[in-house]
Design a protein around this ligand. Structure first.
Ligand code: PCD
Length: 790
């Protein structure tokens, strides 16, 4: 994969395996421009004082010693912000969150005050001099006891609040499901926990705020996955006029959902710049990122599955206890407080399904962000793929056979699930068969049988998943009242080069390449001649940003359609140039030819020049060659995949080694196979982390035990095998080029495959379930019958 084969790329920009990433020349040379690279004249530095305890009343804050430190410009507390009406801000879930604590601190690491100084060191030194007197309160650390009658109330700021209840939610048909469960031959129930994990992107969060007092304009460079949505929220919170706010999201060192919410630090940087009249930079450190920014998961689930003796799955029922931390900072469409958890019915043909959920507040960092997960799909997929394996265990059936018996059939699509979601397309069995072929499943089972006789612990785990990505149709979803359609603008310059402006924002996944490919495919201009502009609200059309693998399904569609719109105009101009009617023109990649006379043709570049040139254009046609659209998807897209994992467990140490991992993904039309492969590799690595190593845990006082990468273990090349990938292609019927999202698929699909493999390896010990993370000590205890949920 070393040469960029220009010819081929130009003829078939979409789906061409050798198209290298346009952004890599700058990334591999260390020339990326990240937030922390932004240096402005006179820039000041901001540092945040965080609560050392999980729950306490603030008695007093003395900032005088900090203010007296040389080089310190300002020290601001919650009281200071409250005077401006800025102490609280809305979250993405219609809750409020403290920017700086005023009354109480509600989690360890919560923002209490900030210092602005001439350099980062002085700002940090001054934090040590701020004297806060806390009156300790009992913390609520375990979601299971958050609703106990004597539990201390965390959200005393909410009027009339007398408990820690956050919300209730349900989906599906409770009665119909109960009826199916009653008549089923087999019912299996299992308690399944998806522990709290953290997206832990390589670059932490930060911002540079520059408020110009003369023209009243705020420019904010920030690590955000959703620059437009953030701008609108700043306008609503801070009361700044929206046209006077410019949010720039420069190169981002990984987002993974962590950079979707608005964090207090961003708001503090804005306030600091307004107060001092100087640009102000805030960059958090690793521990701040891990203890205070959006966590993911933290679902305590009870899964139940009903089936016939022969293994026909009839119904699934689940109850979830969701731990939302101190503020509900979940990023999810308004109508779906539990995100898209409703797809817990998986890839199977069921008669009934029901889910109920209770969400609670605890004294932990807020979040519930969609970490590589389209709004809680990861939890849903884990639940269904684990409970299906529990059923296979109880029926003593092969997990592949059980899945094959129940997978939806191609003729059932579009398929409306028992919880009301419409799966757009799918052809599941060939995908699973391809994974079985690559893995040589039969041979693996035979190897396992031989090893079991020798007492060796080898496990084979299977997962078949369907994701719902591409939020979303305006009729069904919005974030805080903002619709989820995406704008896109395409301009072709006189010489036939082009610029496409996107509302979405790349965090490393390669949009500068793939969006150029999409436009190139539609309009015949080579990808190298198309510049992709993103991440700057002054220079791109409105849209809600990149998360939930929505860029390809929504903005990708917008890019294809805007290019077609430009092509339609080019056709009219071509008809004038060639003096034939538009109906007499054929579009042959890159040029319009007169039907039956291919020698008479004009290229898109010729047309661009004519569009901008002197001379007449056909009647009613304006000069220029450009278009803009706002695309509202008619439905989500539903990628699917079949994963097979092989593990070996050392019986002496209980250490799990992932020996092989086969991933076959179907994301519809593939734009850039190399990028897709990279996305899948990254997601699979994420999955190894969650399944085997990662967990943000707390001690009984609410101290976060995962505050550094020494304690919060993330996988490296040492923990992962050589990935074996494959693919099938089932296009989306409603997406203009048939593409579905893929960025999160592997993170969603891999944890259940790994856990299923570990549980399979432990079958000789009678194990049916074990919770993540499957660290050696947890596996060791499980082998001894002492498994305890996290
Ligand atoms: N693709 C292709 N084809 C297809 C699909 C897709 O080619 N069919 C490609 C595209 O273009 C891009 C990628 O691939 O480039 C991806 O895509 P998507 O799926 O659409 O997605 P987006 O939207 O773009 O992105 C997002 C995602 C997410 S969501 C996440 S998590 C992660 C992923 O992405 N993150 C990241 N991946 C990644 N990578 C990187 N490098 N970094 C980062 O950060 Mo969330 O919700 O936020 O949690």
């Amino acid at each position: 994969m070393t040469t960029l084969q220009r010819e081929d790329n130009d003829q078939h920009p979409v789906g061409h395996g050798r198209m290298l990433r346009k952004e890599d020349p700058r990334f591999v040379r260390g020339r990326g421009r990240y937030c922390d690279d932004v240096q402005l004249p006179g820039m000041l530095h901001l540092a945040i004082l965080r609560s050392p305890v999980a729950h306490a009343r603030i008695v007093s804050i003395d900032t005088s010693a900090a203010e007296a430190l040389p080089r310190v410009k300002a020290v601001i507390t919650g009281e200071g912000l409250a005077a401006q009406g800025l102490a609280w801000m809305p979250t993405l879930s219609n809750d409020v969150q403290a920017v700086l604590a005023t009354d109480k601190v509600r989690f360890q690491g919560q923002e209490v005050a900030f210092v602005v100084a001439e350099d980062r060191y002085a700002a940090r030194d001054a934090l040590e001099l701020i004297d806060v007197e806390y009156d300790l309160l009992e913390p609520v650390v375990d979601a299971r006891t958050a609703l106990a009658p004597d539990a201390p109330v965390i959200r005393t700021d909410l009027e009339g609040k007398t408990d820690n209840h956050c919300f209730d939610w349900e989906t599906g048909d409770e009665e119909a499901t109960a009826e199916v469960f009653e008549r089923a031959d087999v019912v299996v129930t299992e308690d399944i926990v998806y522990p709290r994990v953290h997206p832990a992107p390589m670059e932490t969060c930060g911002a540079v705020a520059d408020y110009d007092r003369v023209d009243g304009k705020l420019t904010l460079w920030s690590t955000t996955q959703a620059p437009h949505a953030h701008r609108t929220l700043y306008a609503l919170v801070a009361g700044l006029p929206e046209h006077k706010i410019r949010v720039i999201s420069p190169d981002i060192g990984g987002g993974f959902g962590n950079k979707v919410p608005i964090y207090p630090g961003y708001v503090c940087a804005i306030v600091a710049s307004i107060v001092t009249g100087k640009p102000v930079k805030w960059m958090e450190d690793r521990s701040e990122n891990l203890i205070s920014t959006g966590f993911a998961r933290d679902y305590i689930m009870r899964g139940e599955i009903a089936a016939t003796r022969e293994g026909k799955i009839l119904a699934i029922r689940t109850h979830v206890l969701a731990d939302h931390g101190a503020f509900n900072g979940t990023a999810a469409p308004v109508k779906y407080p539990a995100g898209f958890f409703g797809v817990f019915t998986g890839s199977y043909d069921l008669e009934a399904a029901y889910c109920s959920m209770t969400a609670v507040y605890t004294n932990k960092a807020p979040g519930g962000v969609a970490y590589a997960c389209s709004f809680r799909i990861t939890e849903a997929v884990y639940l269904v793929e684990r409970i299906v394996d529990c059923l296979a265990h109880d029926l003593d059936m092969d997990p592949v056979e059980l899945r094959l018996k129940n997978l939806l059939k191609p003729e059932q699509f579009p398929y409306t699930t028992r919880t009301g979601w419409v799966y757009d397309s799918g052809n599941y069995e060939p995908t699973l068969r391809e994974a079985l072929r690559i893995a040589d499943y039969q041979a693996l089972r035979e190897e396992q049988a031989r090893k079991r006789e020798r007492g060796e612990l080898m496990g084979i785990g299977v997962c078949f998943f369907t994701e719902a990505v591409g939020a979303g149709p305006r009729k069904d979803m919005d974030i805080l009242g903002l619709g989820m359609a995406d704008g896109c603008e395409l301009r072709v310059h006189p010489t036939g080069k082009a610029v496409v402006r996107l509302s979405v924002q790349s965090q490393g996944q390669g949009h500068e390449t793939t969006f150029a490919q999409i436009v190139a495919e539609e309009i015949g201009i080579p990808p190298a001649d198309i510049d992709v502009v993103h991440g700057d609200t002054d220079n791109t059309p409105f849209g809600l940003g990149t998360y939930g693998s929505r860029s390809t399904p929504v903005s990708g569609a917008a890019a294809a359609l805007v290019a077609r719109k430009v092509r339609d105009k080019a056709r009219i101009i071509a008809s004038g140039m060639l003096e034939v009617s538009v109906a007499d023109l054929d579009w042959v990649k890159g040029s319009f030819q007169v039907k039956g006379d291919p020698g008479k043709a004009v290229t898109i570049q010729d047309i661009a020049l004519r569009a901008h040139g002197a001379g007449d254009l056909p009647d009613g046609i304006e000069g220029g060659l450009e278009a803009q659209i706002c695309y509202n998807p008619s439905n989500l897209t539903y990628p699917h995949g079949a994963y097979i994992c092989v593990v070996d467990i050392d019986p002496g140490t209980a250490a799990v080694k992932v020996r092989r991992f086969v991933a076959v993904d179907d994301c519809g039309t593939r734009i850039n196979p190399m990028i897709i492969e990279g996305q899948v590799h990254g997601g699979l690595t994420d999955g190894v982390g969650m399944a085997l190593m990662e967990m943000i845990s707390f001690d009984e006082d609410g101290n976060c035990l995962g505050g550094s990468l020494m304690d919060y273990l993330i996988p490296t090349a040492l923990e992962v095998p050589d990935w074996e990938t494959g693919f099938t292609v089932t296009p989306s019927p409603h997406h203009p080029i048939g593409a579905k999202g893929v960025g999160e698929s592997a993170t969603v699909g891999s944890p259940p495959a790994i856990v299923n493999a570990v549980v399979d390896a432990l079958k000789p010990f009678g194990v049916r379930h074990a919770d993540m993370p499957l660290t050696p000590s947890r596996v060791w205890e499980t082998m001894r019958g002492n498994h305890t949920p996290p």
